[in-house]
Every structure is written in C-alpha cells, then in structure tokens.
Write a protein that binds this ligand. Sequence first.
Ligand SMILES: Nc1ncnc2c1ncn2[C@@H]1O[C@H](COP(=O)(O)OP(=O)(O)OP(=O)(O)O)[C@@H](O)[C@H]1O
Length: 251
Amino acid sequence: MPTDSILELKDLQVFYGDKHVVHDVNLKFPPKQITAIIGASGSGKSTVLRSLNRMNDDLATVTGAINFHGVNINQPQVNVYRVRQRIGMVFQQPTPFPMSIYENVIYGLRLAEVKDRAVLDQRVEESLRQAALWDEVKDQLKASALALSGGQQQRLCIARTLAVRPEIILMDEPTSALDPVSTSQIEDTLVQLKEQFTIIMVTHNMQQASRSANWTAFMHQGHLIEFDQTAKIFMNPHEQQTADYLSGKFG
Ligand SMILES: Nc1ncnc2c1ncn2[C@@H]1O[C@H](COP(=O)(O)OP(=O)(O)OP(=O)(O)O)[C@@H](O)[C@H]1O
C-alpha cells in the first residue's frame, strides 16, 4: 500500500437492489499518480470507479467510507456537486456537447457562473494545453466540437474535466473507443497530467495499465484481490488469481 493517499476506501460495499456486487474494498489511492483498476468483465471495476464521486447515488446503495483528504464524502449531507468538481470523470465514449470547442471546455465554469471573459479565455487555453489539444484547435475554438475526430473529442472531454480544476480524474476505459494513434496520444497526455492530478483509470488494456499506471488494483467478482505497484503486479504478483488473470487463464 502507498504511504500517502488522497482518497481512501474503507470497507466499500455496493449493492444494486439486493445484488451485492462490490465486497469490502479497502484501498488507498496515492496522490499525483496513475492507478489502474483491472479485472474481468463484471468484476465491479466501473461500479467502484463511479462510487468514488458519488455517481452511483441514484443506482446503487454504497456503504463504507470514501475518505477524500480524510473526510468521508459518502455521507448524505455532503454536496455532491462540489465533490464532482474536485473529482471529475471522463467516460468511455467521447461525449462532446453539440456546441463549440470553447463552450465545451467552459461548460462546468458556466454552471459555476464564472462570467469574466479573461478568466474563461485563460482557462480554455490552459485546459486545452494540459489535454494536449491546444495546438490542433487554437484557430477554430468557435467551431463545433462534433467536427473533431474521436481522439480529439476525447482530449476535449479531458480538457472540459480539467477546466474546473479537479484534483482527481476518474477515467472509465478512456481509450477503448479510439484507434492506436489516438490511444497513444491520450496515454502520453495522462503521463503529463499526473504531474498535477491524481488519475484513477479502469482499463481492459493490459499494455495500457503496464505502460501508464504507477499502481494497479486487480478485482475479481466484486473483491479487490491485489493492489500494488504496477511492476510488481505484472511481473511478480502475490496472488495466484492475479497471475491466472494476467496469463489469460480466465477473464
Ligand atoms: N445499473 C446496474 N444495475 C444492476 N446491476 C448492475 C448495474 N451496473 C452493473 N451491474 C452489475 O454489477 C456487476 C459489476 O458491474 P461493473 O460494470 O461494475 O463491472 P466491470 O468490471 O466494470 O465490467 P466491464 O469490464 O464489463 O465494464 C455486474 O454483475 C453487473 O451486471
């Protein structure tokens, strides 16, 4: 386990109705690192990820503590909107809104009623640069985001998430809908982003986990089987189930 953590799960359990899908997960996510969550389909990866910024509130019952800087955000009185500003999410399919590139990036700032044009302009440039998209779109900020390629749209969605200056970015298979070139651009972007942000990513792509992630969590049938530095998980896992999954024996 890492010594330092920005987010810590204590006895996390998730139920869809009476179906118990995540069992007793205890995990510490280290700050300014990339953590990958891997495991077979249906093992509960996305359910855990969505719980981290309370996106399961309407779908599931989530018990246990989700301590963000030591404060349990899995409590009814916590402001979910603020949680999602600080813990943002990028989805599997790029989800640009049918509006300009500029308006897409500042969408969250508009919701927060930021109106100062200089602040908005500055945040657009900063976020697009961080998402490694600025050079490609700086002369067409008023053009429709829907005209961008899939890989550019996904980087735009990353920029939109970054614009509200979150501390943690959750990513649910962020490259599974993309071609290899776009995938490698996003992976390069992630490595840059971890200088400033904590990234927690669900991925089915084992090369992606081993290339990009500092830490890897392996889940199986709703249980966290093993969590360790990525090199250790891939080269010398402690648990037989981890070794079997990585060698393709199941999943
Ligand atoms: N909205 C839902 N209602 C009921 N059951 C759900 C819901 N979402 C997921 N499940 C179930 O919860 C379990 C875990 O699903 P989850 O999507 O978290 O797994 P996953 O590891 O992310 O899978 P995948 O890799 O296929 O995306 C599965 O049995 C799934 O069928």
